[in-house]
Design a protein around this ligand. Structure first.
Ligand SMILES: [Zn+2]
Length: 329
């Protein structure tokens, strides 16, 4: 009980230093917001993508005073008009199981629509988002050395870096070797299944939705599933033919799973370029979502791509304040 109370006090303090500044709430206009996971405990020491439920609720209730939550389709249609209360579209990336258990029940009870962008990774032998594997390696297991596809990555302070280029493992995966095989080899080099068998903490910050859970979410009132790539590869860094295969495969898998076509695609890691858009449209993804920034000069004239503002769980109040200010301006 004392622990529960201490957690609530800690979370309120965290939230108090991370509120979205009021003036930016007034000026941000129609907003599509992006979260990742919503958890019971606070994982800010591991990464910024999981937000404790109590802080999520604080943010949402504050946003609810200024904004009108709408579904994504309405948002795309109405985003360029001025509304009495600006519109708010709520989205979650990566398809964490905690979205079904914590975020969705709260949203359903509020009758606030939301879209949850899932990958097809639960079909793979190591069903994890690659950045969570890097976090497990760097922050949890503090792995000193990883050898993947004959490339060595050595721990420097808290970060694994490519021995030759000094590039971080994270950037190496984003830009230099963004394909699925490398991620599979990363999981293998980490001996992920053996290590997780001995993992004593809660897996709530990295466990992904199963097929059944994806279907359960999609059938909740106001909640819909969107696409986030079959393997969470950075599509903008992949050769076009590989990106095309991944998009087509993902569209078919989702259609089979949900019994309907999925029109919304959120680019993993916000990674795309202009030549990728026709491939997305051809695969059936008619509405596209960036993250953090629009990356093509043609985007402002394109009615079918939108940017999103992220609410994350940064380590320090100062970073969080900066993040809020940057994201809401
Ligand atoms: Zn993602």
């Amino acid at each position: 009980m004392i622990r529960g109370l201490a957690k609530r006090v800690g979370d309120s303090f965290n939230y108090a230093s991370r509120r979205i500044p009021k003036n930016t709430l007034h000026t941000a206009g129609n907003t599509c917001i992006m979260f990742h996971g919503i958890t019971k405990a606070n994982y800010a020491h591991i990464n910024s993508r999981q937000l404790p439920l109590s802080i999520f609720v604080n943010h949402m209730e504050r946003l609810g005073k200024y904004y009108q939550p709408v579904d994504l389709e309405t948002f795309f249609h109405e985003k360029d008009k001025k509304h009495k209360k600006p519109l708010l579209a709520i989205t979650f990336d990566d398809g964490f199981a905690n979205n079904l258990h914590l975020a969705a029940p709260w949203l359903v009870q509020k009758k606030w629509p939301a879209t949850i962008f899932v990958t097809g990774l639960n079909q793979s032998s190591s069903p994890f988002i690659w950045s969570d594997l890097v976090d497990l390696a760097e922050k949890v297991w503090k792995v000193p050395l990883l050898e993947i596809q004959n490339q060595r990555f050595i721990r420097q302070k808290d970060t694994l870096r490519h021995e030759q280029s000094f590039c971080t493992l994270r950037d190496y995966i984003r830009y230099l070797n963004p394909n699925t095989q490398f991620k599979e080899q990363l999981a293998k080099a980490l001996q992920i299944h053996d290590r997780l068998a001995n993992y004593k903490e809660s897996p709530e910050w990295f466990a992904l939705l199963s097929d059944q859970e994806i279907q359960d979410l999609d059938s909740l009132p106001g909640i819909q599933i969107g696409a986030h790539g079959a393997f969470h590869n950075n599509l903008g860094s992949l050769p076009l033919s590989e990106a095309k295969n991944e998009l087509e495969m993902h569209a078919l898998w989702l259609q089979k799973l949900l019994g309907r076509k999925v029109p919304f695609l959120a680019f993993p890691d916000g990674s795309y370029h202009e030549a990728l858009k026709p491939l997305c449209y051809a695969a059936g993804f008619s509405h596209l979502l960036a993250a953090g920034e629009l990356r093509s000069p043609k985007d402002p004239q394109d009615a079918f791509i939108i940017n999103r503002r992220e609410i994350s769980n940064c380590g320090s109040p100062a970073t969080q304040f900066f993040d809020m200010y940057r994201n809401f301006n």
